[in-house]
Design a protein around this ligand. Structure first.
Ligand SMILES: C[S@@+](CC[C@H](N)C(=O)[O-])C[C@H]1O[C@@H](n2cnc3c(N)ncnc32)[C@H](O)[C@@H]1O
Length: 213
């Protein structure tokens, strides 16, 4: 049975307000209204959106706000593919096309791409909504080419999120709080040696580098 969070992400009204209202408000909530998470997010995505002839995959792309951002400075044959399983979100993404972006409907648990396909694989603000999220981390690693990078933004368990009321809201909505070591551990288990993690208020940004092999 889909969780409340999954139902919301499939709703055309939510997808219509997602980019301009929902995501900015939610990002601020990670810092209790302060600028911390939003500022880190800007710096993180500015780094990921660096120029180059790179192939990028944006997993659980929603309406494509980061997909487009990641495409801005690409050169040569550089492309960004956004994948999401919500038709409503992808319909919104299709309204703001960019010549270097393309969208695919699919499940993050079974990415329809061969091993070692992408220079950069991102997954922002989605793992905490996915009922079985750690196998998705394995998929992100699988499709990243040796020498490539995986970038994740997701939740992290804190003193605040351990509060009973917050846990109860998480249980009702299907929102998951990751223990601080959970995502890095899974990346290490999938064969990644170098993992950088920045915990910013209620969120974590993770950058993992797949060895050249
Ligand atoms: C909160 S939105 C995040 C959108 C965008 N990445 C961002 O950072 O704003 C979460 C997205 O994850 C998608 N999603 C959730 N589970 C998924 C799955 N198993 N496969 C693909 N997409 C999924 C939802 O449809 C939704 O569009």
């Amino acid at each position: 049975m889909p969780t409340l969070a999954q139902i919301m992400m499939g709703n055309p009204v939510v997808s219509a307000v997602y980019e301009r209202v929902w995501r900015p408000v939610f990002t601020r909530l990670f810092s209790f209204g302060g600028p911390g998470t939003a500022e880190y997010d800007r710096a993180f995505t500015a780094y990921l959106a660096r120029s180059g002839d790179r192939q990028i995959l944006d997993v659980a792309c929603g309406p494509g706000l980061y997909t487009r951002r990641l495409a801005e400075n690409l050169t040569g044959d550089g492309r960004v593919i956004g994948i999401d399983f919500s038709k409503a979100m992808l319909d919104r993404a299709a309204r703001g096309p960019h010549p270097r972006t393309a969208y695919v409907r699919g499940d993050a648990h079974r990415l329809p791409f061969p091993d070692d396909s992408f220079d950069t694989v991102t997954c922002f603000a989605a793992l905490y909504l996915i009922p079985d999220p750690l196998p998705v981390v394995d998929e992100l690693v699988r499709v990243t080419r040796p020498g490539g990078e995986i970038a994740i933004f997701t939740s992290v368990e804190t003193q605040f999120s351990k509060l009973h009321t917050v846990q109860a809201i998480g249980a009702i909505t299907g929102y998951h709080f990751f223990k601080p070591h959970e995502i890095p551990d899974r990346l290490h288990r999938a064969g990644i040696a170098r993992v950088e993690q920045a915990i910013v208020d209620q969120g974590q940004f993770v950058l993992a580098h797949k060895d050249q092999g």
